[in-house]
Design a protein around this ligand. Sequence first.
Ligand code: PEP
Ligand code: MG
Length: 866
Amino acid sequence: MKQIYFFSEGNKDMRDLLGGKGANLAEMTRLNLPVPTGFTITTEACHSYQQNSHQLSEALQLEIDHALDRLSSSTGKKFNDKFDPLLISVRSGAAISMPGMMDTILNIGLNDDSVIALAKNNDRFAYDSYRRLLAMFGNVVYGISEEIFDNVLSETKEINNYQSDLELTTADLKNIVTKFKQIYQDVAGKDFPQDPKKQLLSAVDSVFSSWDNNRARVYRRQNNIPETLGTAVNIQTMVFGNSGEDSGTGVAFTRNPATGTKNLFGEYLLNAQGEDVVSGVRTPESITTLQESMPEIYDQFAKIAEKLEAHYRDMQDLEFTIEHKKLYLLQARAGKRTPGAAVKIAVDLVNEGLIDKNTAIKRIDPESISVMLHSEFAQKALEQHILATGLPASPGAASGQVYFTAETAKNAHDKEHQKVILLRQDTSPEDIEGMVVSEAIVTSRGGMTSHAAVVARGMGSTGVVGAHALQVDYANKTATIEDCVINEGDWISVDGTSGHLYLGQLETTDAIINDDLATLLDWAKEISHMGVYTNADTPEDFKRALKFDADGIGLTRTEHMFFKPKRLLQMRRLILAKNAKGRIDPLEKILLLQENDFYELYKLSAGKSVTVRLLDPPLHEFLPHDDKEIELVAKEINTTKDALKARIDSLKELNPMLGHRGDRLAVTYPDIYQMQVTAIVNAVIRLNQEGFDIKPHIMIPLTNSKTEMKWVRDVVVETIDKILTNKNTTLEYKIGTMMEMPRACVTADKIAEVSDFFSFGTNDLTQLTFGYSRDDVGSFMPEYIAQKILPNDPFQSVDIEGVGELMRMAVNGGRNTNPELPIGVCGEVGGDPKSIQFFEKIGISYVSCSPFRIPVARIAAAQAAL
Ligand code: PEP
Ligand code: MG
């Protein structure tokens, strides 16, 4: 087995064997770029090392000997040469880059003799190189802490009152070398090996074994990097950036990694080596100044950068060294970038003809897009102490004054014009008005699909939920965490992207929705098979979603339309009425209000379909809870407090999520659905008379069977027919069902006989498949994930094995009956990229998600189609 490849023998496609760094060094050599000669020991050699009880095999040592001979003849340099000793670097490099665990040792080959040879031309440089080797070798091979070496350097600088390493004299450096060698004795009880070959073999051994160190294992686990990859080792002749003021070293990106702008972006230091630029020991210069100090080198570098970018068809992160005004390339790799820069670079590369649209889409992490659509805290602000951390329910960055009830939040907002943050144990639909005016919503309980989380995402507000460390005390109007007490009116800042909470008001940066993102989203739309609709309850939501180019509304939760004071009163009158007759007046009043709601919503639709779901939640959610409120409502609706209390009690359910909700309401109170259907149809007829061409989609929640669906469908159809006959007009419409009950999935073929479309309500379907109450998962889900009993929260990313199988069954059943059946997903996972991949596979027609998730879902849908 060949275990060593010279750079001239490899290429960029040999990443698995040569690691990323090795493959790119080979590729640059192939392109005739100035790369110092060297070779790579393969990842297969690393595997043999692991199987050979962590020993370098004789075969490998022999191959290293041959490679060193070959290196000597091509460079004309030899280890221990009295005039021109061979010096080399040893660097690790896995197929997938693992920054932070990479071991590097420079200047191997130096010892007490060769340093004298090297010193003949430039003694300061020789001893500077030697002290660097001693520190790196000591740290990597013998595990001596870097700090011990650093302390010696700092002490010398302090005694001599030096500001920078550059002021160290040759005498200082010689002294430091002596002290470093003593550290070997004191800490490791060993001498620094003088034999260059021994230095090299120990370095290779250390790099191979570093694959198994704890730091590397943790990094691999976090980043899903397979344990089996192993690392390669790159051995390369040294070039010296620390050999004087006509030398230097630097790193540069071919485009700005923060903004994506096309210009060289980087830093360098003269008379410096390796880590100096990134380690911050000296403040580097911007690469633009190189244009003045060494114009020829700058031009050569700029040309190489352009060539490499065109060759790799991506923004590159380059490392270079200048030795006596001669440029060398030491590394090229795809550069890390911000989400905004990633989008700009992808679009620019398509426009420059370097990549096609599909490649551009594939390069974007869909999840990162959401970061671009919200404001963020300025980087500096984030250095503040983190007060508490909850689940990052809805991205964004917001500061405001804390209020503990919806009412006080709304008052402070409306009357005092304050920026408010609603902080509660949890929220319910009756908090909606306080939530609407809040900059952010924070709860101490609940999971990612709790009411607070869903509403925050739906409104595009910042949201953090389940911050368990917060003790919310409504009576005293405080939230306590350890010994810190937040009182009503105190300022806090909420980071919905990280889930962190901070005290005080942090500085924010503005959100950017730019042309590049719009272009990318257009391409994604062309490529996708699935549509991307929005969940929207108000014209404001819908307008926002249309700005993000939603294909229409996939779900309007009509219950959210009732939580406004006037309607709430009528709703309460309706619920508390003793019989159908008593319901007539409140129903008529609500009808007018709802008709207007639907009119405004459908008016915005511009040819796009809008699916309205009929009332879903249990009725008691609309009734008052605390004593004071009960008294007030009793007065409003002309009854006694006791009578009202008794009625509220009679409506209370032990398990409201499994109780009298959804289409069960239609069976017991058909007049509520009749009213809603009338409101929809009246609104649409009005609009169509004004010249629109709207075909409403009406959706029935919680369906369990064909018989049940047929029963409710008949109520809806009869209502529509009656209106159309009365008005002597016609209307095309569709009546579909939510698929959110396991029973419905199993009997989907039959339900499809009476349903024009399906839309998966994965929130309820997940709740019922697992038997997890969606509002209570916060108390155990984190532990399930920590213990790896669940791979992730199934309310956030679909459980493919269980819930997904029910969905597949329902899709197949439905399409058996009606091959053209449109099937959507409108639960929270509709905006989750991983789930979207799966939905494409089972033939879902569209997903529907909150407005701010639309761009994320659009990119994910395109990726799923590729
Ligand atoms: C669902 O259950 O997934 C759904 C969309 O409906 P809701 O969240 O309103 O119950
Ligand atoms: Mg549901």
